[in-house]
Design a protein around this ligand. Structure first.
Ligand code: ADP
Ligand code: MG
Length: 699
């Protein structure tokens, strides 16, 4: 593509501020800016002006419809399209779009998960424009980013709690900044850059596998002779077909104003990554949803399929999403950047202390934000962070903490002081980490931000960020309470930071998270270890979690109860669908394939013996016997799995969750083991679907 075109192309499908200014009257623009800056609600008059401008812009670009674009608790996005047409008498229509239609929509939402929040007689859901996120054009529709709530105002989506948590953390962070003499910052916002991993496979091969079509991952598949052991794919030369996909993806993302920046091959064969430049978390979340959707769409045009599942293939790395997270003031100052003066450093250490304390106190809650069946295949499996939450700070900051807490010897060269006085001393240089980073940590400090590495590739980033924001709000509010009421700020600050580091050091771990010894060590430290989603989800409603989220307004209690129910429901549904797909594939394809192969071997034996009496048929006999034996096992295992699903309890509660893990999921593994053995023995002509070799190493 012509390089000169990119700046013009960028954001061309977005009704951004600059475009808005061309289509919306000046006064309405000012009112909209005031709404963003000071949270003032928009009047209907202003909404009408903006709607008119939006419509004109969209019509000029060929749009015929508009849609409120929202993020229900499925983790995906939803849209219901209405055309702009309005009857104008005499059988004619005009294209119309009112402020009311912009600001509020009323989709019939009875089929979205609500965890019981919406009684069926009151099926309506409401969508309301989020004016902090620009409208955009997609497939001939004007898309308006919106929140989605029930008739009684309970949130039914992933955007609302995120926006609330952004407010909460901003409120508390500003209190802290005031204590450090900052009188100008009005807002603090969370900055997020999510790195997105994905797989690309050939569409024909994808369509040939029921498991990929229905579940987004392979439920069967023997290990190919080659995996990722040679590390020849990571950062490797990008295949022309993939490169063409990536170019078109970038172009589409740029049109949507998404700052797609980095692309490269990932560790596993056929695995890739896209990372945008960070921005406000609300926008980052919208953009990540759009990016995932665009990846799928663009892949399709290239006869590829983009797999966003956390673990499409056993035996090679799965896909995650690194959530790079920091806090910045409205003037763009990063609150996690170590400063160059004692006062800046003190402020940095206070934010750092708040983060450490929050993660230590609410590790279970953070763990639940990444709890989904797909992620269970990654976390703790030597390819992604362990399921135990800990923070990696690196040697330099660890030495600082030693020095602040005092008394502990540190041999780190740059940190010669034994006691660091906060607000008086300068910190040693803390490098932005580059190469020797710890890749095994769930939450790594990377110079001026935290990288939360536990998210699964298919997940919305909103849940994790809502929790990160809210725990930060909580700790900052506790700190502000103490510091606002003290009489010696320097002394109080020093003592607060020292005590916090001392009391919460257990969450800091700079070692190898893949090491078995860490599990023991974490247990000794009393850190929660919740290896599976079935272990994590029950902690969601712990009293401290509900108190935290309700205190800061991120959730109401009933919203949390609903979300807990949805987490369970979705876990059980996914496992159930996977199990039934396995049974279906085993019973409809595999049993028959193995039986046909056995029959063919037997035919060979008969014809060989007829042709040459006394000839050895040892190979055919041994193979036929093994295949027949395994096939018998396959029948038994698939029948057992089927009845396990049939006997599953139907109530949406923690007992059912446990059942699906213990009785269904674990059985799926046994069925798979048999099928995969069978695959290695069966001649390729007889095997009914593409193998790992076909899928991962296309010609
Ligand atoms: P990697 O982790 O692969 O080395 P980078 O260091 O380039 O990648 O950054 C990864 C992501 O972190 C990018 O999306 C980048 O924009 C984002 N990022 C960089 N600085 C910040 C920050 N201060 N706050 C939030 N995200 C950031
Ligand atoms: Mg990274």
């Amino acid at each position: 593509m012509n390089k000169e075109r990119i700046p013009a192309l960028f954001g061309s499908n977005v009704f951004n501020e600059e475009t808005m200014a061309q289509y919306v009257p000046f006064e309405a623009m000012q009112a909209w800016r005031d709404c963003l800056k000071n949270g003032k609600p928009l009047t209907l008059e202003v909404a009408n002006d903006i709607a008119e401008g939006m419509k004109n812009w969209a019509l000029e670009r060929g749009a015929t419809h508009y849609t409120h674009w929202f993020q229900p608790m499925t983790g995906y996005t939803a849209e219901k399209h209405d055309s702009f047409i309005t009857p104008a008498g005499s059988g004619k229509v005009i294209m119309d779009f009112s402020g009311k239609a912009l600001v509020c929509g009323e989709p019939d939402a009875s089929s979205f998960p609500s965890g019981g929040l919406r009684a069926t007689f009151e099926a309506r859901g409401y969508t309301a424009w989020d004016p902090t996120s620009y409208a955009f054009l997609k497939d001939g529709s004007l898309c308006i980013p919106t929140v989605f709530c029930s008739y009684s105002g309970q949130s039914l989506d992933n955007k609302t709690p995120l926006l609330r948590s952004v407010e909460a953390v901003s409120r508390q962070a500003v209190r802290i900044l005031r204590l450090f003499g900052d009188t100008t910052t009005r807002r603090v916002t969370t900055q997020v850059g999510p790195e997105q991993e994905y797989f690309l496979i050939d569409k024909k091969l994808f369509l040939a596998r029921e498991d990929l079509r229905l579940c987004g991952r392979t439920l069967f598949g023997a290990k190919p002779p080659k995996g990722q052991e040679l590390d020849d794919h990571y950062f490797g030369v990008i295949h022309p077909r993939v490169s063409a996909f990536m170019q078109e993806l970038d172009e589409e993302l740029w049109r949507l104003g998404i700052l797609s920046k980095t692309k490269h091959n990932e560790v596993a064969p056929s695995q890739h990554e896209m990372a945008p430049i960070y921005c406000d978390v609300n926008i980052a979340c919208d953009h990540n949803q759009l990016a995932m959707e665009t990846m799928k769409k663009v892949a399709d045009r290239h006869n590829l399929v983009c797999l966003l599942h956390e673990k499409p293939f056993a035996g090679v790395n799965g896909s995650g999403k690194h959530d790079n997270w920091s806090l910045a003031t409205d003037s763009g100052k990063n609150l996690f950047a170590p400063g160059s003066t004692p006062s800046q450093n003190a402020q940095f250490l206070l934010f750092l202390a708040a983060f450490i304390k929050g993660v230590d106190e609410y590790a279970e809650l953070l763990r639940t934000t990444v709890a989904c069946p797909g992620n269970d295949h990654r976390l703790g499996a030597q390819e992604a962070p362990p399921a135990i939450i800990s923070i990696f700070l690196g040697d330099e900051l660890d030495a600082v903490i030693d020095a602040v807490v005092g008394g502990t010897d540190t041999d780190y060269v740059d940190m010669k002081r034994r006691q660091l006085r906060i607000g008086v001393d300068i910190l040693p240089h803390i490098p932005q980490d580059t190469t020797d980073r710890n890749r095994t940590s769930p939450l790594a400090f990377t110079g001026n931000k935290f990288e939360f590495r536990m998210l699964g590739s298919s997940q919305s980033i909103s849940g994790a960020n809502t929790v990160l924001n809210t725990i930060m709000a909580e700790e900052l509010s506790q700190f502000a309470d103490i510091l606002e009421n003290g009489n010696n700020f320097q002394e109080d600050l020093h003592e607060l930071i020292r005590a916090t580091f001392r009391d919460h050091r257990r969450i800091i771990f700079n070692g190898n998270g893949y090491d078995e010894a860490w599990v023991q060590e974490a247990q000794r430290r009393g850190l929660p270890n919740l290896p599976t989603a079935a272990d994590a989800i029950p902690t969601y409603l712990m009293k401290k979690n509900v108190e935290l989220m309700t205190r800061h307004g991120s959730f109401t209690e009933s919203e949390m109860i609903a979300r807990h129910e949805i987490l369970i429901e979705q876990y059980c549904y996914v496992i159930r669908i996977e199990a039934l797909t396995m049974v279906d594939m085993a019973q409809h394809l595999l049993l028959n394939a193995a039986s046909q192969y056995t029959a063919s071997l037997c035919d060979t034996i008969i014809s060989k013996k007829q042709a040459i009496p006394g000839i050895s048929c040892r190979v055919e006999e041994a193979l036929a016997a093994s295949v027949a034996h395994l096939n018998d096992q396959l029948l038994q295992e698939s029948a057992a799995l089927k009845s396990a699903v049939e006997l599953a309890p139907t109530k949406t509660d923690e007992e059912t969750l446990r059942y699906y893990y213990n009785e269904v999921f674990l059985r799926m593994n046994s069925l798979r083991a048999v099928a995969d053995q069978l695959e290695t023995l069966t001649a390729s002509d007889f095997w009914p679907y593409p193998t790992y070799c076909d899928l991962l190493f296309p010609v």
